[in-house]
Design a protein around this ligand. Structure first.
Ligand code: SF4
Ligand code: SF4
Length: 361
């Protein structure tokens, strides 16, 4: 891990912090799009060390947080079906639906729910339980979709019939375009998500930089990565520039990762998608193509999304839009804590409320 350790090294961070202080000439607001950035900034203590001219705002970059309440309700309805087993990555397990109950509650009442560490693990479940339909919950951005596309292909190639994916996959940058159209959201720079960018390429943010005159900098997740990205951003803002720069060149190129994207495009097509707090954003999601409809849980189980209610008093929507901070939510730290979460932003390990609670209480 020497390579990574270098980016966590305090002796590296100090000169970068000094350089950042030198580069900041006026106050600016940065949205960190990705939940992992939010967590890393808190965990490393950067939030308290950054120059006070830099205001950080968390954005819609946690896939669990942005899964809409109607999708959660549909997932809970699937969990109740006979001969159906839900397979998922961890955090979604505890996100409550409209009735305040989660998959964790459903599981304790007998629903078949398995947490898996890779989508391919759900194929093992399909082999283990041939009489059940295994529904893998496809939640995530561009980083996770290639693996899920590969899993659907593997299911087809091995003629596994009892496997399907419930796709709520989402893509960047459409939500950012939707957010930035809101005149109330005044930001000067975007800290663009490293993992997503390794798939879509730094060039994908060019329309954002051009249309909204924003400094867009792709950053990695270690403290030194984040500081490097903020230095580039501060320099652009000081010079009155607004362009895309890549501070994470060890993982991200200007062009997309065409192999991963080709795999995704073979299985998925773009579709309108509902986001928590942001509503339906045209062409911001991925649906399974007709050719693979046998692996589409939505069609196979005839799932209809119905309007759902957000938990009463919960401000997750406003937090995901960067308009409020967790302490502005009346439930924060009172009715809503990591042990007893009311909304997804307190459940997810990448959620803004969970980060604030863990590192500021
Ligand atoms: S998938 Fe990657 S880019 Fe998206 S929130 Fe998670 S770590 Fe960030
Ligand atoms: S504190 Fe809880 S209820 Fe309030 S916005 Fe955050 S997650 Fe939602």
């Amino acid at each position: 891990m020497k390579y990574l350790d270098e980016f966590r090294d305090q002796t590296l961070a100090e000169p970068l912090l000094k350089e950042l202080r030198r580069s900041v000439t006026k106050p600016f607001r940065v949205m960190e799009v990705c939940g992992t950035h939010t967590m890393s900034i808190f965990r490393s203590g950067l939030r308290t060390l950054l120059p006070e001219e830099i205001e950080l705002i968390s954005g819609p970059g946690c896939p669990v947080c942005v899964t809409s309440a109607s999708h959660i309700d549909a997932i809970l309805a699937m969990a109740e079906l006979q001969n159906t087993r839900i397979a998922l990555f961890g955090d979604l397990f505890r996100v409550p639906g409209s009735n305040g109950l989660s998959l964790a509650n459903a599981s304790s009442q007998g629903a078949k729910v398995d947490i898996v560490y890779s989508p391919m693990d759900s194929l093992n479940l399909a082999r283990k339980y041939p009489e059940e339909l295994i529904v893998f919950l496809g939640v995530g951005f561009e980083t996770t979709t290639p693996g899920i596309a590969a899993t659907i292909l593997a299911a087809k190639n091995s003629a596994l019939d009892n496997f399907a994916v419930f796709s709520t996959h989402k893509t960047m940058p459409p939500p950012l375009l939707a957010l930035l159209d809101d005149p109330e959201l005044q930001i000067d720079g975007l800290l663009c998500p490293g993992h997503v960018s390794s798939i879509i390429g730094a060039g994908a943010y060019q329309p954002l930089a051009d249309t909204y005159k924003l400094a867009c900098v792709v950053g990695g997740f270690e403290p030194a990565d984040i500081l490097q990205a903020l230095i580039l951003m501060a320099r652009q803002i000081a010079n009155g520039e607004a362009r895309v720069e890549n501070a994470y060149t060890r993982a991200v190129r200007w062009e997309e990762n065409s192999r991963a994207q080709q795999m995704v495009r073979a299985i998925f097509k773009t579709a309108d998608m509902e986001w928590r707090g942001l509503g339906v954003i045209p062409e911001s999601g991925l649906a399974i193509r007709e050719e693979y409809s046998h692996y589409d849980a939505e069609r196979r189980l005839n799932i209809k999304l119905t309007p759902a209610t957000e938990p009463k008093g919960c401000r997750c929507g406003e937090i995901l839009k960067g308009k409020e901070v967790p302490s502005q939510c009346p439930l924060y730290g009172k009715r809503c804590t990591p042990g007893n979460p009311v909304g997804p932003c307190m459940v997810s390990s990448e959620g803004t409320c969970a980060a604030f609670f863990k590192y500021t209480q």
